[in-house]
Every structure is written in C-alpha cells, then in structure tokens.
Design a protein around this ligand. Sequence first.
Ligand code: UT7
Length: 358
Amino acid sequence: MRHAAITGWGMAVPDRVLTNADLERMVETSDEWIVGRTGIKERRIVGPGDSTTSLATAASRLALDRAGITADELDLIIVGTCTPDQFLVSQACLVQAELGGNAGAFDLGAACSGFVYALATGSQFIQSGLYRRVLVVGVDTLTRFVDYADRTTCILFGDGAGAVVLEATDEQRGLLSTVLGADGAGHKHLYIPGWGALVPESAELFPEYRPYLQMNGQEVFRFAVRVMGDAAAEAVEKAGLTFADIDMLIPHQANLRIIDAAARRLDLPRDKVWVNVDRYGNTSAASIPIALCEAEAAGRLHEGANVVFVAFGGGLSWAAGAVRWGTAGVCRDAACRDGSRKPEAGTTGTGEREPGRL
Ligand code: UT7
C-alpha cells in the first residue's frame, strides 16, 4: 500500500517579539495572569515587511531544501490558513508565485485545525496514487485581526508558518490514521466578522469597519479540553497503536492548560509532549508544523517514531492523526523518482541505508 512520508519540513516566524511586559503597557493585564491562565510568555507578531505569503514561502523553501526537491517537482500545494493575504487569488497561488513551478494549488480553511486537515488531504492525493509530491503549509497572521484593546484575545495570538513535503513510499510512513470533525453550531464562539463576502450593508460604516477576531474563551476552552483528548485517543486507536507506542504528542499550541488536559487523557508524561506555546502563543494553523520542526531539531524524532498531531479551532473544528516519522522507501535518485525503479525496502532509493534519524 502506498503511504505519504514527511520528507521535508520548515518553519518561519516574524522577528518582532511581543512580550507579556509589552502587553501590560497596552491593556489591563499582568504577566502573572497570562502565564497562569495560558502558559504564554511571548509571541512573534508580523511587522510592516511581513505577510502570510512571506512567512509561508520562507517555511516552504526550507521544507523543499530539506526534502532535496525543487518546486518544479511538486504535484500539489495545499495551504491551510484562515488569514490569506487576499481571497482572490488563493494563498497557495501566491506561495507558488514565489517558489515557482506549476503544481496544482489551493487553500483549505479549517482555522487552527487547518494544518492537520491539509495534511490529511495531501496524504490522500498520494495514497490514492494520483500524485507523488505534495507541499502542505500551515500559516496564519491572526494578529492582523486582533484588537489590541481587548485583553481577552490580544494576549493569545502570534504569527508564523510551518510547511512539510509529502512524498510517496511503499513503507508505512506518514499519516497512519485521520480524525476530522466539526461542530458548525459552534461557529459563533470563535470568528472574524466582516472578513468575507458578508460585509456591513451601510456604506458609511464600511470605511471604518475593522474585522476583529471575536471569541467566547470559556466556551472554546471547554470544547478544546473535550475534543483534544478524545480526537487524539481516536487517532491512536485507528492507527492500531496504544498510548505506550506513542513517542511524541504534538498538540495545537493554544493554552498550556488545554495541552496538559490532552496529555493526561492519553496518560503521557510531559517529556513526550512538545510545548512551545510559551514562546510563540497561538499561531493557529502554523502551531503544529512549527512544533514539529522544533521537536525534530531537538533530536526528538527518529526513524519509525510514532507521533500524534491533534488540533482544535474555529468552526468549531478538530483534527488528529497518528504519524510514523521517517523517509524509509522514499525515492532519492532520478531513476527511482521517475518511477522506472523502486527503492529497496529500508533504503533511501540510492541504495544507501536510511540513517537512524533524519
Ligand atoms: O485556537 C483556539 C483559540 N482560542 C482558545 O484557545 C481560547 C480558549 N480559552 C482560553 O484559553 C481561556 O478561556 C482564556 C485564556 C481566554 C481565558 O481564561 P479563563 O480562565 O477562561 O478566564 P475567564 O474568561 O473566565 O476570565 C476570568 C477573569 C475575568 O474577570 P472577572 O469577571 O472574574 O472579574 C476576566 O475579565 O479574568 C479576566 N481577564 C483578564 N484579566 C487579566 C480576562 N482576560 C484577562 C487578561 N488579564 N488578559
């Protein structure tokens, strides 16, 4: 059976840092309150030179370099985002304009769950045999839609991008199971009004209208605690694994209390849960691929490691998947890549043995 291995990965965050001390000067809040309720200490926010396109492109270039392929070799680009630079054209086409190539390109909207939804979609294109190489990006610049006078939301969000390259393999690598869900009735608990075709009808109001993110924090918190644990557990079970088989949980980084609740549900010790919400805040669709890049850079992912992704977000939506890390069986030379020769099991396609770690 064909699988979709993750062969490249990359992340990008803006240089500009917004600390809790900065926020103390902007709204009535405190470092103690923010850290105690969320675990967040600082976040990266876009500056005048940054955009959803620039972050997504930077992360994608790193992912392509890591995979050792060019944009010309891609069959498809999928961008999970709820903050595209514009609606016409898609964010994926704007990224492709920077990267080059003529791969199919489209966006996928599932808010903070967007990366896992996009990963599931991209993997399906490869597993079905239709495509061999897919770029999946999770990117958001939600701080462009945050009201920095609203202390209930402005402390939470940061900006960033993460990208992965998926390539076909006959070895059991990449996404082993997928859990996607949504409760559309909960759309009113987390949304950005007026950011779309439904705009205020008054022409007088419109020039001053700014679409700020609206959130019912307590409602989203209760929902998140419930679905994160359940969805992650379902993904583990569907993959035919047990919690003892899991090497790393990479959850959506929204709130440390929500992450801890998910880890408890899976009975995982803290050292098997990747946490970086303290440094980036909630980067929406980018949070899981950013955490993935950091976990890999820290040497926490080895060939054959079992990783669980789990996310929740606006929709309300949720998504989870068990992933087997590594590139076993992925073609690595030209003859193998054009399909005329298959790599031997457990090799890189050039005849070399897969390294113990990527
Ligand atoms: O990707 C999905 C994105 N959204 C989320 O993940 C949000 C999930 N929800 C949460 O993370 C939490 O609900 C929050 C962190 C947003 C809020 O924490 P909470 O423990 O649910 O606080 P709360 O809303 O119950 O507010 C408690 C108190 C209130 O004051 P009173 O009514 O008790 O006097 C708030 O007005 O804290 C007050 N408060 C603040 N105080 C200082 C709210 N925001 C702040 C603030 N600084 N920034």
